[in-house]
Design a binder for this molecule. Structure first.
Ligand SMILES: Cc1cc2nc3c(=O)[nH]c(=O)nc-3n(C[C@H](O)[C@H](O)[C@H](O)COP(=O)(O)OP(=O)(O)OC[C@H]3O[C@@H](n4cnc5c(N)ncnc54)[C@H](O)[C@@H]3O)c2cc1C
Length: 263
């Protein structure tokens, strides 16, 4: 048997499928990153999920059409009752949707020590989730490359599961009415627009008291300027307002739209 240690990850055998032992304490996303880097398919969509590898069989961790039961072949456990270390096969784990024997019939009986995966070497990315598939297709990404599946999975995880707080800064002579309008009632999206006053210019919106509605009240900020405002006052207004709003809002993601029509 050839053994290569990669931190808490040991490659037990290499073939068409690689068999990989992962210690329970290995951070899950580190292992996914290792797998993607080595071209081991089957868990790339489970990117960005927090926690340890040992916890993944407990609820049969899954996302975007993949779950760990598809690639786990055995789980090494310590039986708290008998003190014996033994191995459960995939079947004995009785995996179901977000469930397993560890969560149900034998709850709290076992401590997971190691998880062994059988991963197709050089396999294709198993992207079943429509949004993720569309994203990759639109960019002409090959499903033979696992990396493009990992990146948006991490991004989607951040955006959808973790309820990201997005700050959107719009800098253009025209008011950023489109994005502001979509998120006008969303307290998790802060829009800040610096633009020439709508009193004179299309789209005629974005006045100082336009600050969001309902739960989104206070999550939209508009700084209209007089026509021909020159650099110094514009920059001073930016410096006085934007950093303070960002500090208060504490975004996890910052998007800037840097305008094609300058002020
Ligand atoms: C932002 C966010 C996003 C998430 N996204 C997903 C997702 O997309 N899909 C998904 O399936 N889950 C998701 N989860 C849930 C979470 O990531 C998983 O449940 C993960 O497996 C928890 O890992 P942990 O190490 O923090 O375990 P813990 O939360 O500490 O434990 C979870 C359970 O497993 C048991 N356990 C942990 N380690 C062991 C061990 N070695 N032996 C025996 N029992 C053990 C614990 O006793 C507990 O019952 C998400 C959670 C968060 C916070």
């Amino acid at each position: 048997m050839r053994q290569i240690a990669l931190g808490g990850v040991i490659v037990e055998s290499e073939d068409e499928f690689d068999t990989v032992d992962v210690s329970a304490s290995e951070p899950w996303d580190s292992f996914v990153a290792t797998a993607v880097a080595h071209g081991w398919a089957g868990i790339e969509c489970l990117s960005g999920i927090p926690g340890s590898t040992g916890a993944t069989p407990i609820q049969n961790v899954g996302a975007y059409g993949q779950d760990v039961s598809e690639t786990i072949i055995r789980v090494e456990v310590l039986d708290r009752e008998s003190g014996v270390v033994s191995t459960l096969t995939n079947q004995e784990c009785r995996f179901g949707y977000r469930s397993s024997v560890f969560k149900n019939d034998e709850r709290d009986r076992y401590v997971v020590l190691n998880v062994t995966f059988r991963l197709p070497a050089g396999g294709s990315a198993g992207v079943l989730y429509p949004e993720l598939r569309r994203y990759l297709e639109e960019r002409g990404e090959s499903d033979q490359d696992l990396r493009p599946a990992r990146d948006p999975a991490v991004a989607l995880q951040l955006l959808m599961v973790r309820r990201a707080r997005v700050a959107y800064i719009y800098v253009d002579v025209h008011h950023g009415d489109g994005v502001e309008g979509i998120f006008y009632d969303d307290p998790d999206v802060l829009t800040i627009s610096l633009h020439e006053s709508g009193r004179h210019l299309f789209p005629g919106t974005g006045f100082p008291d336009d600050a969001g509605v309902g739960p989104g009240r206070g999550a939209a900020a508009n700084l209209p300027f007089e026509p021909f405002t020159w650099d110094e006052p514009w920059l001073e207004a930016f410096d006085r307002v934007v950093p303070a709003l960002l500090r208060r809002f504490k975004p996890t993601i910052l998007v800037t739209q840097d305008g094609c029509d300058k002020h």
